[in-house]
Design a protein around this ligand. Sequence first.
Ligand SMILES: [Zn+2]
Length: 76
Amino acid sequence: MSNFSFPRPKAPPVQAREPVEGRCPECNAESLMRYPVLSERGWFVAVKCQQCLHSVSREKWTRLGHVRLMTDAIGG
Ligand SMILES: [Zn+2]
């Protein structure tokens, strides 16, 4: 009888911000960063402009340890 309790991810495995290619649709700056954010619905991976803090995209954090690249959506 196994009583496995999966560790709940309190934090995503990667905390560091990652630069993302592309331009901000708001201010046209090339300073997009992707990083995990915690909301009331859990962890999301957000791509935000560091100039005007516009949210370019936000996706539910996957617990698979792999984050899909969003450069396809940006088309950079
Ligand atoms: Zn911007």
